[in-house]
Design a protein around this ligand. Structure first.
Ligand SMILES: N[C@@H](CCC(=O)N[C@@H](CS)C(=O)NCC(=O)O)C(=O)O
Length: 218
């Protein structure tokens, strides 16, 4: 496992301390980076590295698990990483957790959707409240929107790979699908365009319409 982290990041520290306590630290390679949501030489240069590793929010910590079926999987945010470490430490049959890609991917998609919404909410405050005080900082908005845009690409990849599915007759809708549909609804209210990316797979049309219009329109 590779932990993309920084020792001064409290969220990173939390997961690494937990790994030590669980006796898993020897399985972890530390990959130290600094990131930043606005252009800042030496820091924000690493944002793409994080997003290429599989975290569209470009935040640390991100745990890249190599020994899981289907190839390397980026697990985030820190709460999900902690859950994963606890599950891994408590699992006698390591093969079980190695085959459980769907579970950890779903939790990370949930975290990605929440992170995209968090980023957009920061834009709301910036554009409304801080702008009224003459404090609007455009690079901050641009940086948060980059997280959102990368998030759309991430959701598209998830839809393409089948990690987010259209809802067929009796299929239970997953937490990943609910969080994505609700996030997209929020981006509609914010007039942030995402259909160009996601409609390719008719994903929004089915899940989005069901969730947004039929059952939860109030
Ligand atoms: N909810 C996230 C928070 C992670 C977070 O905010 N990490 C900071 C460093 S401590 C970060 O990566 N900031 C960069 C950014 O916001 O773009 C978690 O629990 O992992």
């Amino acid at each position: 496992m590779r932990l993309i982290y920084h020792p001064l990041s409290p969220y990173s520290r939390k997961v690494y301390v937990l790994a030590i306590e669980l006796g898993l630290a020897h399985l972890i390679t530390l990959d130290k980076v600094v990131v930043a949501p606005v252009p800042y030489p030496g820091w924000s240069d690493n944002n793409l590295y994080l997003s290429d590793a599989g975290n569209p929010l470009a935040k640390i910590p991100t745990l890249v698990v190599e020994d899981i079926e289907g190839g390397p999987l980026a697990i985030f945010d820190s709460k999900v990483i902690c859950e994963y470490l606890i599950a891994r430490a408590g699992t006698e049959v390591v093969e079980e957790i190695k085959s459980d890609r769907v579970r950890w991917q779903e939790k990370s998609i949930h975290a990605a959707c929440d992170g995209m919404v968090d980023a957009e909410i920061l834009c709301v405050y910036e554009e409304r409240i801080r702008a009224e005080k003459g404090l609007l900082y455009q690079p901050w908005i641009d940086g948060q929107r980059e997280k959102v845009t990368r998030g759309f690409d991430f959701l598209e990849r998830m839809a393409k790979s089948g990690a987010i599915r259209t809802r067929e007759a009796q299929q239970t809708i997953s937490l990943a699908e609910v969080s994505a549909a609700v996030a997209l609804r929020f981006f509609d209210t914010r007039k942030v365009e995402w259909r160009q990316v996601l409609c390719k797979h008719h994903w929004q049309q089915k899940i989005g319409n069901e969730l947004q219009n039929r059952r939860y329109s109030q």
